[in-house]
Design a binder for this molecule. Structure first.
Ligand code: ARG
Length: 458
């Protein structure tokens, strides 16, 4: 059962075996482990360390093992320490002495570093695809809602009017950056550690360039000690995943508020809501709350691995085995959250009227009223003071600014003319803001065009 029994005179204590083993979780990357072994053996044969025949026998069996693991006909038995031991033992069981040559010029230290890199590379692709789908959904909402007016907030107080397209556009930029972060990580990590051996390379004339090439890496890693002890790419990934979750949780928080009885800006679909066991009237946004909540779990993975790596001397240490469970959990969590979130926002009902009604109240046009005065020759600081007075006046009378009569306006400041009403109308306030990045019709159309181009090119 063991790869290293030779030096030992006693069996491992069962509790020690259980504590030490990683098979229960590292079987998750059996595919990557086998793909790595196939590349390794291909390279060994190319370097005449194995014969062509030996290579063929090993690869043939490795492929069979992979297929049987995939369709469930080969069961992974728990006596093995890890997936590497299990695959190698199964190969030896089936091919005898030939299989014993698989591990020539390799250590589990460079093997596990490779497997983890291959796994993370695959997951970066999967995450990128999910983020792209999410961006496409956000884009659809943006295109449909360039004229859906709503209040924009600062300090959760109504600030200036925007549109739903503009609001969603903010999240479009965030998830775009998330994709680019994943891409950066991919390029930085895409060097092959195989051939680093336990820590000091090997005496066999391995062709590390070839192995790297066979596995789609940009080249071999350049220091064997770093190769087996580098976990930066995992930490970077967890950093990027934490950021994705932070973005999702902010978005979820807004969805939860918008879906509340007080706002009623949106209504979540029944398929994405849950009920209460006691209060029959309830329709709760549990999915949004759970996504918001699961953020903590992904941050936890990041902090856990950062802490595990802190102060670890070179090179490989068993502490590093702790990199896996949290990473697997974080990746699966984030994938699930993106998918559910995407489903939730693509099915929710958007209540344009409620949004527009809300934008019309709360003096979201006060800045525009001040700008109006500036355009009529009043210095901005004075204009700010005058509009402040007007807001106080309106609060007192229970009206909004545009409900004031021209006489009332002029009593406070003679610079007001009858065109004030147009200048502070909701649509004017939004559509005058046309510098790139703003909510105005023209600016929004330009950004939508740029971001649609981004989606087709990336
Ligand atoms: N299961 C181990 C890990 O995940 C594999 C490497 C073991 N190497 C060793 N020398 N014990 O890190």
């Amino acid at each position: 059962m063991k790869l290293w029994g030779g030096r030992f005179t006693k069996e491992t204590d069962q509790l020690v075996h259980n504590f030490n083993a990683s098979l229960s979780f590292d079987q998750k990357f059996f595919r990557q482990d086998i793909d790595g072994s196939i590349a390794h053996v291909t390279m060994l044969a190319a370097c005449h360390i194995l014969t062509e025949d030996e290579k063929d026998i090993i690869i043939d069996q490795l492929k069979k093992i992979k297929k049987e693991l995939e369709d469930g006909t080969l069961e992974i038995s728990p006596e093995y320490e890890d997936i590497h031991s299990f695959v190698e033992a199964t190969l030896i069981e089936r091919t005898g002495d030939v299989g014993k040559k698989l591990h020539t010029g390799r250590s589990r230290n460079d093997q596990v570093a490779l497997d983890m890199k291959l796994y993370i590379r695959d997951e970066i692709f999967a995450l990128d695809e999910l983020l792209t789908e999410l961006l496409e959904t956000i884009m659809k909402v943006m295109e449909d809602h360039t004229h859906t007016y709503m209040p924009g907030f600062t300090h959760l107080q109504k600030a200036q009017p925007v549109t739903l397209a503009h609001h969603f556009g903010a999240y479009f930029e965030m998830f775009k950056r998330d994709r680019s972060r994943l891409k950066d990580i991919y390029h930085r990590m895409n060097y092959c550690p195989l051939g680093a051996g336990a820590l000091a390379g090997t005496t066999y004339p391995l062709d590390r360039e070839l192995t790297a090439h066979l596995l789609g890496f940009d080249g071999p890693t350049l220091n064997s000690m770093d190769s087996v002890s580098d976990r930066d790419y995992i930490i970077e990934l967890l950093g990027a995943l934490s950021m994705i979750m932070m973005h999702l949780s902010r978005f979820c928080e807004e969805i939860i508020m918008w879906n509340s009885n007080e706002y009623q800006f949106i209504e979540l679909d029944d398929a994405y809501s849950t009920g209460s066991s006691i209060m029959p009237q309830k329709k709760n946004p549990d999915i949004a709350e759970l996504v918001r909540g699961k953020c903590g779990r992904v941050y936890g993975a990041l902090i856990s691995i950062l802490t595990t790596m802190k102060g670890l001397p070179l090179a490989y240490n068993k502490d590093m085995q702790e990199d896996k469970e949290f990473t697997f959990d974080a990746v699966d969590t984030v994938k699930g959250c993106i998918k559910l979130f995407e489903g939730m926002i693509s099915t929710m009902k958007i209540n344009k009227e409620a949004m527009e009604r809300s934008a019309k109240h709360g003096f979201t046009n006060a800045t525009d009223a001040a700008d109006y005065l500036v355009n009529h020759g009043v210095p901005f600081r004075d204009a700010h003071g005058i509009i402040g007075q007007i807001v106080l006046y309106c609060i007192d009378k229970g009206i909004s600014i545009e409900e004031m009569t021209l006489d009332e306006f002029q009593a406070i400041c003679p610079a007001f003319q009858s065109d004030i009403y147009d200048a502070i109308a909701l649509k004017t306030c939004v559509n005058m803001r046309n510098t790139i990045g703003g909510p105005g019709e023209k600016a929004m159309a330009r950004v939508i065009e740029l971001n649609k181009k981004y989606l087709t090119e990336n």
